[in-house]
Design a protein around this ligand. Structure first.
Ligand code: ATP
Ligand code: MG
Length: 447
């Protein structure tokens, strides 16, 4: 029975007290992506299992160990998406978007599902913000996608996050590299884990991404892909770096990055924070020039990234960055009796129609209890309505932060109230910045 009141391991609830911050973060991500010309795409939470086997790669940890796969009642194998790229590319193909103006630029915010060991920064249901750009092989595109991720971190005020960059080449460079890897790992066959022994035959590069400590240690001495790049890939990588240098985006080349998904080619990158322990990769991405074709489409070079918003928030918490939290009540109307309650309910309707966040008593509380409640929900203004106010058609509105009281006519109350708040805000601005400035004040249009 206890199961009913316990969420599934590795999942999280976002309670109303935090959802305002979450919403602000989500809006911010979309706004930034929008300024780069990336438009939202929404795809289903589940897809045919084969899409991920083909798209993510069936020798990856994600496909081999982490997917939530089940047969539906019609006997089809279905998988809850472990990432966003495969679904986005599937939609790109299904709707023939390769015939539209290229590049197509998508962004998305979605819940992903991976059966992993839950720990700090690692959940079984987690949210990813991602972007995909399809239809360009140019290194300028790599720089644009990386600079978008970079912009998110700098807008949010995140520091000490390192951009690590690598190139893992194309199938041509990989042929030679795979041989070198096979030779190297063959010398360590006895020590490798069972999964990696299989990978040694099918896809030796995957061993480099194994989480087992022994395999990790062996991998640390393996040959590096960057030493095997063909001329075109080396040139491409140099050009990406040149763009980044010119844009003032700092990076370090980490020749050990291979990424956990099979579809990557050429540029791969991670944004890593040392502030949140072992799960320090907040954002990972790269180029996947072969994926569209692999999924049965035309040859369309593409790239993207995925950013875990949960890890992003851990980094912000660690650095003491507070997201604005709009408690969401501009004015609270406190009726003193039944007649006033009737009138208050009518008034909040008008206020809300004018875009004002208004609340009133729906419990039948005493005036004192109502004021306590108004304080708890962070009402910016309060107004008490009794028989006198109704008779005089006027009431006193109290600014809860300054204590200032203003008498307003109840005729067209919403207009009068709006004028009052505009006056107060102008006065506050004229007083200069009062130390309460936060992201929401600066970018009010985002909330
Ligand atoms: P890791 O090496 O940490 O397992 P990954 O290579 O599997 O990461 P990607 O598939 O590239 O991760 O996913 C992109 C981003 O999604 C990661 O950088 C991370 O921020 C986030 N992410 C991935 N798996 C999880 C998870 N289980 N819980 C929370 N966030 C995750
Ligand atoms: Mg992983």
């Amino acid at each position: 029975m206890a199961l009913i009141t316990k969420a599934i391991k590795g999942t999280q609830d976002i309670l109303p007290e935090n959802s305002g911050k979450q919403r602000f973060l989500e809006n911010t991500l979309f706004e930034i992506a929008d300024s780069f010309g990336f438009k939202e795409i929404r795809t289903p939470v589940f897809e045919h299992t084969e899409l991920f086997q083909r798209g993510v790669g069936d020798t990856t940890d994600v496909v081999q160990k982490e997917m939530y796969t089940f047969d539906d009642k019609g006997g089809r194998s279905i998988t809850l998406r472990p990432e966003g790229t495969a679904g986005a590319v599937r939609a790109f193909l299904e709707h023939g978007l390769f015939n539209e103006a290229l590049p197509q630029k998508f962004c998305y915010l979605l819940n992903c599902y991976r059966y992993e060991k839950p720990q700090a920064g690692r959940w079984r249901e987690f949210q990813q913000f991602g972007v995909e750009m399809l239809g360009t092989a140019s290194p300028a595109a790599d720089a644009e996608v990386i600079s978008l991720a970079n912009e998110i971190f700098s807008f949010l005020g995140i520091e000490n996050i390192e951009l690590q960059l690598n190139s893992i080449g194309c199938p041509t460079c990989r042929q030679k590299y795979h041989e070198a890897l096979k030779e190297y790992f063959n010398g360590h066959k006895e020590e490798l884990c069972g999964t990696c022994l299989e990978r040694l035959e099918k896809n030796p590069m995957r061993i480099l991404d194994c989480k087992s400590p022994v395999c990790k240690e062996i991998s640390a001495g393996s040959p590096l892909i960057i030493d095997y790049l063909c001329d075109e890939c080396a040139e491409h990588f140099d050009s990406v770096k040149k763009y980044l240098d010119n844009m003032g985006i700092k990076y370090t080349v980490n020749p050990r990055i291979v990424r956990g998904l099979d579809y990557y080619t050429r540029t791969v990158f991670e944004f890593v924070s040392n502030d949140i322990g072992a799960q320090g990769t907040v954002c990972g991405g790269g180029r996947y020039d072969g994926l569209v074709e692999e999924l049965g489409g035309p040859k369309v070079p593409a790239l993207g990234f995925g950013m875990g918003t949960g890890r992003l928030q851990l980094v912000m918490q660690g650095q003491g960055i507070e997201l604005p939290d709009d408690k969401g009540c501009d004015i609270y109307l406190a009726p003193m009796d039944a007649d006033a309650s009737l009138e208050a309910m009518r008034m909040v309707t008008d206020l809300r129609s004018s875009g004002i966040k208004a609340q009133t008593d729906v419990v039948g509380r005493s005036l004192k209890a109502q004021m306590k409640y108004a304080d708890k929900i962070g009402a910016k203004y309060t107004v008490v309505l009794g028989s006198d106010e109704l008779a005089n058609k006027a009431a006193t509105v109290k600014n809860m932060s300054t204590g200032e009281k203003t008498e307003l006519s109840l005729e067209d109350f919403e207009d009068n109230f709006m004028r009052l708040t505009i006056n107060d805000e102008t006065a506050q601005l004229a007083d200069g910045i009062d130390g309460n400035v936060n992201l929401a004040d600066l970018f009010g249009n985002l909330t």
